[in-house]
Design a protein around this ligand. Structure first.
Ligand code: ZN
Length: 379
């Protein structure tokens, strides 16, 4: 890749650490352009949205009559899914089953948050514990592959576990905490890539040691087509249909449930903390806080000046990073030397392995054309 001159967006904090970023003549980036021109016009986080959401809730109740649950929510203990549980139960009166997927890395504070919410809202929980030997094998394989996306094994298990559970148990509505208020600026493909089963399988085939017998897998076509049109599973994003300000949500969760905050979004999990705070910035120069802060800037929840100050500070205390590193390598049965050799080895991307990029991108392009996908995918 040719070296590009450093440039940062004049409106948000995305910059050329995303190799595919583009800027207009005013120095505004394509994430801003997409957010302002594609997401904002159809986003109704107000009374209009809530009215639509209430109508939808009536339909969900009707469809779920005589069933033990009318919908399912994957809960992590983080702000989004915790606040979603509150809205769905208290504001909409739905009967969700809560599903906790445990890939082996959840922090106690996150699990405690889950139990506080369940108890206060009187909700039922189902837990799926991912087979640790398989999880470990896939995670070590991913490290050895040298790709940036070390969150793929966990994220995929959590996502596929939820979708597979809903389809298998005849639950027609998946309610997710996905939202434009904090996740509308999607991390660039070079940083996170796509949900590509072909890549997962190829990396596992090259570097894994044991078969993935129970590990939850679900490709894009399975959930977008088979689950949607054959099994009739619908996915709804209620947080896009109510006012959702992160700080307000945190305050409500703390007051109502004794919910506890931890530093930074997604840091409910030791592995994610290490991956986002150490692996990605140190090995690849990618800082996911830039996406998150840009999103908060675009929605008026943070100023650009505050974001710049915060980005200049380390997100992750060096001492905690080293503790996490030792904990992680030990849990994965690796040595510190082995890990550091990988860390200092050549950086790779999905292009170094078998992948379905072309096919997936044509599908996303189509979804964007019909307005089903509004986030900034460069197809
Ligand atoms: Zn921008």
């Amino acid at each position: 890749m040719s070296e590009r001159e450093y440039q940062v967006c004049t409106n948000c904090v995305m910059d050329t650490s995303d190799p595919e970023i583009t800027f207009d003549e005013n120095g505004r980036c394509d994430f801003c352009e997409n957010f302002i021109n594609t997401i904002l016009p159809s986003w109704q986080p107000d009374e209009r949205g809530f009215e639509k959401l209430q109508k939808l809730a009536e339909k969900i109740k009707k469809d779920g009559k005589n069933k033990p649950y009318d919908c399912i929510i994957g809960i992590s203990g983080g702000v989004d899914s915790s606040y979603l549980a509150y809205i769905v139960k208290e504001k909409l009166g739905l009967r969700p089953l809560m599903l906790l997927i445990d890939p082996g890395w959840n922090l106690n504070v996150a699990n405690e948050n889950v139990f506080k919410i369940l108890k206060s809202l009187n909700l039922d929980l189902e837990t799926i514990v991912v087979d640790w030997e398989e999880m470990k094998d896939l995670q070590v394989a991913f490290f050895k592959s040298q790709v940036p996306y070390q969150d793929t094994p966990q994220d995929h298990a959590i996502f596929a576990g939820l979708y597979n559970y809903a389809a298998k148990n005849g639950i027609k509505y998946i309610l997710t905490g996905g939202n434009y208020s904090t996740e509308g600026v999607k991390p660039p493909q070079e940083w996170t890539y796509l949900n590509d089963i072909k890549l997962i399988k190829d990396i596992h085939k090259k570097f894994g040691k044991r078969p993935l017998k129970t590990f939850p897998l679900c490709g894009m076509f399975k959930y977008k087509l088979f689950y949607r049109y054959v099994k009739g599973v619908r996915v709804i994003h209620p947080l896009n249909m109510v006012p959702y300000d992160k700080n307000d949500a945190i305050r409500i969760l703390e007051e109502k449930f004794g919910w506890e905050q931890y530093a930074n979004k997604h840091y409910e999990n030791i592995f994610t903390r290490f991956y986002e705070g150490y692996w990605l910035p140190k090995k690849f120069g990618y800082d996911k806080r830039k996406c998150y802060f840009s999103n908060l800037i675009l929605t008026g929840q943070m100023t650009r000046d505050d974001a710049i100050v915060e980005l200049s500070q380390q997100s992750y205390d060096e001492k905690i990073a080293m503790q996490d590193l030792e904990y992680i390598v030990e849990k994965l049965d690796m040595t510190k030397e082995e890990f550091l050799e990988i860390m200092n080895g050549p950086n790779k991307t999905f292009r170094d392995y078998k992948n379905n990029e072309k096919l997936l991108k044509s599908a996303i392009k189509l979804a964007m054309k019909v307005g089903m996908e509004k986030r900034n995918f460069r197809t």
